[in-house]
Design a protein around this ligand. Sequence first.
Ligand code: FBP
Length: 539
Amino acid sequence: MTKSALQIARAAYQPKLPKALKGAVALEEGKATQSVADQEEIKKLFPNTYGMPVVTFNSSDKKVQLPAINVGVILSGGQAPGGHNVISGLFDGIKSLNKDCKLYGFLGGPSGLIDHKYIELTSGIIDEYRNTGGFDIIGSGRTKLEEQSQFDSGIEICNKLGIKALVIIGGDDSNTNACVLAEYYLQKKCGIQVIGCPKTIDGDLKNDMIETSFGFDTACKVYSEVIGNIMRDANSAKKYWHFIKLMGRSASHIALECGLQTQPNICIVSEEVEAKKMTLSQIVNNIAETVAARAEKGNNFGVVLIPEGLIEFIPEMKVLIAELNDLLAKESDVKAAVAKLNPNSAAVYASLPESIAKQLTLERDPHGNVQVSLIETEKLLIEMVKKRLADMKAAGTFKGKFSGLGHFFGYEGRCAAPSNFDADYCYSLGVNAVQLIASSKTGYMSLIRNTTANAENWIAGGVPITMMMNMERRNGMMKPVIRKALVELTGAPFKKLADNRADWAINTSYVYPGPIQYFGPSEVCDQPTKTLMLEIGAK
Ligand code: FBP
C-alpha cells in the first residue's frame, strides 16, 4: 500500500501518556455513585452494576503480572479520529502486562460479536494503523446490542477465543449497550468484563466525569480549517453568502467550537433555538436582517454556521419528528404514517418544501433516530432567506445582493489523522482500559481527566456507566440511556459566542486557523479545543 509522507512520519509518533499509566498502577476507589436521574428505575434495571465507585489510578512500584487473558474490541457507530490509537493502546497495554495476552477485533461493529466475525490483532497489523484516522482496522457498524440471543452469541465466541474482557468503543448509545451487556454477563456469571470508551466527533458524550469524547478535537479542527478557507474566499470575492451545515446529530458542540475558532457572521446554536422557542421563520428573519445590515455597509457576503441537528430543535419541527419517529416505528408505510399525524404536525409537514418533507421520513438509524445528516437544512435556509430578502427588497428594506452557496462538512472530518490531542487521549484511553480490566472492573467507562493540562498530568481511572444514565423515550418506549450532553446556554463556550456575535455579525472578524499541525511547537500542535479550555477553565 502506498503511504503519504505524513503517514510515514506519523507512524513513528509516540503518543504521550499520563505519568500514572507509564508503569504499574495502584487503584483508588471513591464513594458509591448514583445515576444522574431516575435512580430507582436505573437501580432496578442494573442491580449488579449500579452504584459502583469512581476509580482513579495512581503510579505504583508494585508491578502486576496479568494472567494471559484475551481481550476483544469493537468499534461502534460513526467514525471518529483516534479509534486506531485506542486499539494500539489496548494492544500495548495488555502486552505490557503479559506478552501472551491476545487482542481480537470484532469486524464491522457489534454485529461482528454476534456473527462471530473477528481477526486477531497482531503487532504487524497494529503498527500499520498507529496514529492514523479511520476505523478501517476492523470496521464499525451501528447494530444495536440489545437482545439476549445476541448477548449469548457473544458469550459463545468469547468462550471459544478465551476472551475475558470486551472493550466497546462508542458513543452514548453504544456505551449504554456496553453497560447492558456488562450487567447481563454479571447476572450470568460468565466471567466476561465489559469496558466502554467515549467516542464521538459530536462531543455530546461528556459530563461531570468525562471531559470530552475522542474525535471532537480533530474533527472540529478539520472543519475550522475549511471554514477559514471559505471565509478567506468570501472576503476576497465578496459575492457569496456561504451556508455551512456542520455534523453533530443532535447537540451543537461542533458548530459552537468551529464558531469560536473562526468567528463567522452567524453561528446558529440549536439549543438556543429550542430554549427561545424560535420558529423557522424567526431564524430566517434573523439571518435576512444580518444579510441586509452587512449589505448596508457594502458587504454582500458572509458565512453562516448551521448545526446538523437544528431541524429537531425547532419546536414545531421537534413535535413533528417525535410523532414521525413513533409512527414510523410501528408503520413502515410512510404515507400511512403521515396520514396519522395530529392536525398541527400535519400542517407543519404540509408547509415544508417537498424535498425536506421527504427527507424527514427517510429510514431511522438502528436507535430510532432520524438521520439528520440526510436533511439539507442549509438548502432550506438559503431558499427561505432568499424569499424573505425578496420581500424586504420589495418593501425597500434590503438594497443589496444575495447569492447563497450551501456546504455540508461532516464525513470530511471523521477519519482525519488524529491531532496530537486525540492521538494522545485515545492511546491513553486504551492503556487505561487495560488497567480497568486488570483491576477486574466491568460496566465502567475508561476515564482520562484534567485534559487541558500537559498529558503527563492527565488523571486516569474509570467511571461506572450507570452513573451517567437516565430514562428516555426511544422507539416509542422508555429506556435507560446515557444522558446526552447538549450545549449549555449558561456554559462558558456559549457565553463567549453570545458576547461577541453582534460584532462578528456586522464586522468581518474572521479567523483562519489553518490545517492541523502534527509537528512543531507545542502551542501550535497540542492545543485542546476552545470548548474544553473554556469549560475546564471555568471550573
Ligand atoms: P456517533 O454518534 O456514532 O459517533 O456518530 C455521529 C455522527 O457522525 C453524526 O455526527 C452524524 O449525524 C452521524 O454520525 C452520521 O451517521 P452515518 O455515519 O450512519 O451516516
